[in-house]
Each structure stands twice: as C-alpha cells, then as structure tokens.
Ligand binder design. Structure first.
Ligand SMILES: [Zn+2]
Length: 463
C-alpha cells in the first residue's frame, strides 16, 4: 500500500536535478478557465480528474527510394503512447502484435515507472522532456498560476509560459530536422525552434479514429527522404477511458487492449509493406496505470471540521491526489498538523488512507517540490482511495490514477523494437524521465539538460 511505500528508499533519487525557474506570470485572464468541450468531458467526478483524452491522409503508394534509408539523417523513431495502459494489460487479451514486438525487441520486464503525480499531462510531458514535473512546469492536469489564482492551466492551454523545458520535438527542430506530433501533450505549444507546423503537428481531436492516426504517420514515410520526420510521437486515449469507467479488471478493458493491439498491428504491417519495419524504431509506452476505485473507499474532508475547517476554495485538486492552497494568513503547517490529527483519530471514514504533507516534507523520491505551482499542502492517498470535499452523491466503482508512482498498479509498459534494441531482451523497470536521453541517443542528437541519467541509453541500446 502507498503508506508503506512512502518509507522506502527509491533507487531513483540519484538523478542529477536542477531547477528551472517559473516563467513570469501573465496578466489575469479568464480564457484559461473556459475548458473547451473536448476536455470538459473528462471532469467525471472531481476537480482535477486524472485523465486526459485528445486527416484524412490515405496511405500513399510506396516509393522504392525510401527503402534503403529512411531519412538522410539516420533511422527514424515512432513513439506510441497509450493512455492508462497499465503494466500487464497485454496479458489480458490476445495481443499478437505487442507480443511480437516484445519477442523481437527490448521491454521493461516489470513495466515503466511514471513520475508523481501519476497523471496524464505531467507524465506525457516528462516523457517528452526528461524532466520531473516541478522542472517542466506541468505539475497537474489543472492548476492555477500561483501569482494569479484566476489564471488556470488546463490541457488545452498552449501558452508557452506553462510548458518549460525542451520536449523531444523541439530538440529535433533545434537541429533543423523534421519531427511529427499527433496529439501529444504540449506539442501544440510553439516555442524555441518548434513552430507546430500544420503538416506535422496535428491539433487535438478526440474523435479521430486510431487507424487514421496510424495511417497519417505511415504516410510520412512516403514523403521525399529529406522530409521524413526523424521522430513521430503519437497519442491514443485508450485504454484510459475504459479504465476510469469500468476499472482495470473489467472485460471492457480486454476489448480495449485488443483494439490497441490491432492498431499496433496496422503500424507494423504498414511499415512492412514499405520495407521499413526493421529500420524504423517503434517504442510502445503509456503514461500511467490504473487502480480500482469504489464508493466505500472515499475520504470526505468536511468530516475534519472538528479539527480544522477546510474551505472548498482552498482545494486545487481532490481525487486520487489532494492539493490545498490555504489563503494568506492561514498557517499551512497548522492545517497539515490538524488534518493529520483528525485523519489518525480513527473517527474519520478511511482517514488513515490519506497522509497530508507540507510539500517540502514529501518524501524526496516524489520529486514534487521546488515549484511555486505546487501548492503548499499535498495529500497522498493509498491505492484505490479517493478524497472528496463532502459526500454529495454516490461514487460509482471504476478506476483512477494519480497515486504513488511506486505502486505496481500505476506502472505502464515499455516495449521497443528497432536496430538499436536487442531481440528478446528484458530490462529492469525505469522511470519515464529516461526516455528523453534514450531517444536523443538513437537519433544522434544533442539533448537538452534533463533529469535522466546520462548512462541509461548505454545500458539499454546496442552499440
Ligand atoms: Zn485517466
């Protein structure tokens, strides 16, 4: 359970860390509070709900000139991210394509470890930048500007002031080369050398069929050699949607996983038709896992009133993660003390499943301090439990994520196939901030400073 995990030393504490400053705050704006329809549906039951969900290009005919060399700059990499693909899901359904890539490639034997909090936007952007959330700035799926509480970050906000660090597509562009993004978190943000070119940077549209997404990427390999993107990063919202609705053990998950596998098969066969399957690197991964949740596993903050009155407008997030910013004049330390007294009193329903910290007192392995965007008080909830302000309705059973990133249920998968990956190799689990250096090494590019370890690529890649 999460509480015992909190006490363990993490093997991941020795990464070089550095702080990137928060950008200057912008004038107050209400536009950031208006979530477009496409994102509003994800407010299933909470303030900071954990999920994020985001051309018709027919497959062009194959041109023989592209078979010998993918691009003039070297091998190409395609990264496919499947939201909420919990580690082990591939064993739930017939997944011949994932299994084929595992057998003929390299995979993380016990899954890919997400960063804390195990939420979609922080993790997708950590994969893209190699940075922990306080350093890349996306510390939650929704959060306010600490300098201006009316100015909120939301997934559809593409103002570069929120998105720090240098994501992979920007690194590729910095080298004067083409990268392609298809709905990846942060990819529509124009910054540095990345202009989000319409041809290679598609605007989020949840309803684009998965097959169309894959066919678009495949179509890039029919372009003249020097135009082929060196890197393509593509996002799929499944099986996260099904995980939230039904929980991780429902037959609907099995169906969603089989569907995901078929999409991967479409990519493989499209590359095979072009004679490129052995030359292109395919990386399959996910942002986080999924845990079962149910109504009887809720903590209601209003029950703490005899110890401390938490006001609703202090809450920046309450679900699988609790984030509280009391107003000035209220001592955060005193609030934490009183909350923990109440939670440990035995008089609060499920109280002991929630542990509340001043953010600077969080275990170091969370790497969740050092940014003013993280509010002063953070509550960590045990697996499968949820925090709500008060009981307002029955909460259906389903699934959630956002919990401690060392929980097995929060892990996703990592499978890589390509010229630099040994066949049938199993590697130990690793944090997803290592992906950035792995990809820049394969592409032969000089990466930006990040929290990954410089030695990681050599421990995984063939020379
Ligand atoms: Zn989700």
């Amino acid at each position: 359970m999460a509480s015992s995990l909190l006490k363990k030393h993490s093997p991941f504490e020795d990464h070089a860390t550095f702080l990137l400053p928060d950008p200057p705050s912008s004038p107050a704006t209400l536009r950031n509070l208006k979530f477009p329809f496409l994102f509003s549906f994800i407010f299933i039951s909470s303030l900071c709900i954990t999920c994020f969900t985001f051309l018709d290009v027919s497959t062009s005919f194959f041109t023989a000139t592209n078979t010998s060399l993918l691009s003039e700059h070297g091998p190409a990499v395609i990264i496919l991210s499947f939201d909420g693909f919990r580690f082990g899901y591939h064993l739930k359904a017939p997944t011949p394509n994932i299994r084929r890539l595992i057998a003929s490639g390299t995979s993380a034997e016990e899954g890919l470890i997400p960063v804390f909090p195990t939420l979609t936007f922080p993790n997708h952007y950590s994969i893209a930048t190699g940075l922990f959330p306080p350093h890349h700035g996306i510390i939650n799926n929704y959060f306010p500007n600490p300098a201006d509480p009316s100015d909120w970050f939301s997934p559809s906000n593409h103002d570069p002031k929120w998105w720090l660090g240098e994501p992979l597509w920007q690194t590729v562009a910095r080298h004067g080369l083409n990268a392609a993004t298809y709905f990846w978190a942060g990819s529509e943000v124009k910054k540095g050398f990345w202009t989000c070119p319409p041809k290679f940077c598609l605007k989020f549209n949840y309803s684009v069929p998965f097959e169309e997404r894959v066919d678009t990427i495949l179509g890039y390999f029919d372009l003249p050699k020097k135009e082929i993107p060196l890197l393509s990063m593509i996002y799929f919202q499944d099986p996260d949607s099904e995980g939230h609705m039904y929980g991780p053990d429902h037959p609907e998950i099995t169906k969603a996983v089989a569907n995901v596998d078929a999409v991967i098969g479409r990519l493989i066969s499209g590359l095979e038709k072009r004679g490129l399957f052995e030359d292109v690197t395919i990386i399959l991964l996910g942002d986080h896992g999924m845990a079962s949740t149910c109504d009887e596993k809720c903590v209601f903050l209003d029950e703490l009133a005899p110890w401390v009155q938490i006001e609703r407008d202090w809450l920046e997030c309450a679900d699988s993660l609790l984030a509280i910013r009391p107003p000035s004049g209220v001592s955060s330390a005193e609030v934490v003390k009183k909350m923990n007294e109440g939670l440990n009193s035995g008089k609060i329903g499920n109280g002991r499943s929630l542990k509340v910290y001043l953010k600077e007192d969080l275990p170091e392995r969370f790497h969740y301090a050092g940014s003013g965007r993280i509010p002063p008080i953070v509550g960590v909830v045990e697996e499968g439990y949820m925090v709500k302000y008060k009981r307002e309705k029955r909460y259906d059973c389903g699934g959630s994520h956002g919990y401690d990133n060392l929980l097995m249920s929060m892990r996703s998968f990592f499978v890589a196939h390509g010229p630099r990956f040994e066949r049938g190799k199993k590697i130990p689990s690793f944090l997803n901030i290592e992906i950035y250096n792995l990809v820049t090494t394969i592409l032969g590019l000089k990466g930006a400073p990040n929290n990954g370890s410089a030695s990681f690529p050599d421990s995984v890649l063939l020379k």
